[in-house]
Design a protein. Structure first.
Length: 114
């Protein structure tokens, strides 16, 4: 059930998550091809890694202060209320650190599976 609807987009209730960031490097991903779990090429400002048990892959997510991302990737440390935001440069990911942010699930099914 949507929390509210804005310009025809269903928006879920705010979920507080711990957000970190990563890039396509060997250190962040144990591989460096930049291909997500969904088979897409990871893109800054777009790609988000999530726990697919909580946010299904393909879901659009609004991240407070950052914009709309698509859940396309997963990570061994990304479990529960954790998200990992893709960034172009490793330095940006390191500088982002770990932040508590609010996210909102967008679309048809906005119910978080928590
Ligand atoms: Zn990296």
């Amino acid at each position: 059930m949507a929390y509210f609807s804005l310009a025809g987009v269903q928006i879920g209730p705010p979920i507080t998550v711990t957000a970190t960031a990563y890039c396509a490097c060997e250190y962040c991903c144990n591989k460096s091809d930049g291909i997500t779990k969904s088979g897409t090429r990871a893109m800054p400002g777009h790609t988000l890694a999530v726990d697919p048990n909580i946010i299904p892959l393909g879901t659009k997510v609004y991240i407070e202060g950052l914009g709309i991302y698509t859940a396309e990737d997963t990570g061994s440390a990304i479990k529960g209320n954790r998200i990992d935001i893709f960034m172009e440069h490793h330095e940006q990911a390191i500088n982002f650190g770990s932040q508590n942010l609010k996210i909102y699930i967008l679309g048809e099914d906005t119910t978080p599976r928590i």
